[in-house]
Design a protein around this ligand. Structure first.
Ligand SMILES: Nc1ncnc2c1ncn2[C@@H]1O[C@H](COP(=O)(O)OP(=O)(O)OP(=O)(O)O)[C@@H](O)[C@H]1O
Length: 143
């Protein structure tokens, strides 16, 4: 399965993220998992099912997943490609808003302290919801 580079949004620790549109017209972010050979397809789908049932206003909704068998283009030792499909968040990532690194970003107004406090409280509410549901996030860092 190929994605056009013009739809590339960003890269994270686990894969590349592309912009896409579903048949119902909704805009999504599709993450192509690059390093997924630590678990099998069944475990992967089970975990995705659990996560897709989590609903909270401060968590990006996971719409679903896709596992494609592809022997020609191996992405892991099982020969399958894995994709996670999320609602598309149009305002960019939080790190860029917090740190305004690029020249283009520096032209924007930096977040005020009350805005930053509100963001961190919202993050804490999202994490509290996850911990109540006995999920381990494992990908939140304090910098
Ligand atoms: N749902 C989304 N909507 C819009 N853009 C997204 C979405 N998810 C990810 N992105 C973009 O893709 C980039 C990579 O996201 P990803 O979740 O893979 O990694 P990360 O969380 O930024 O980093 P890491 O996985 O290393 O912790 C993000 O920085 C963001 O710009």
């Amino acid at each position: 399965m190929q994605f056009s580079t013009k739809n590339f949004i960003g890269k994270g620790g686990f894969g590349l993220v592309f912009n896409g549109v579903l048949s119902d017209g909704s805009v999504v972010a599709v993450k192509r998992i690059l390093e997924s050979n630590f678990q099998g397809d069944v475990e992967f789908c089970n975990e995705v099912e659990i996560i897709s049932n989590l609903k909270h206003r401060n968590l990006v909704p996971l719409r679903g997943c896709c596992v494609v068998d592809d022997d020609d283009e191996k992405f892991n030792d099982r020969g399958s490609q894995r994709f996670l499909v999320y609602d598309y968040m149009p305002n960019g990532n939080l790190e860029d808003h917090l740190f305004l690194v690029s020249e283009q970003q520096k032209l924007k107004k930096s977040l005020t302290w009350p805005q930053r406090k509100s963001i961190i409280l919202d993050m804490a509410k999202g994490l509290a919801y996850l911990s109540c549901d006995a999920c381990v996030h494992g990908d939140v860092f304090i910098v």
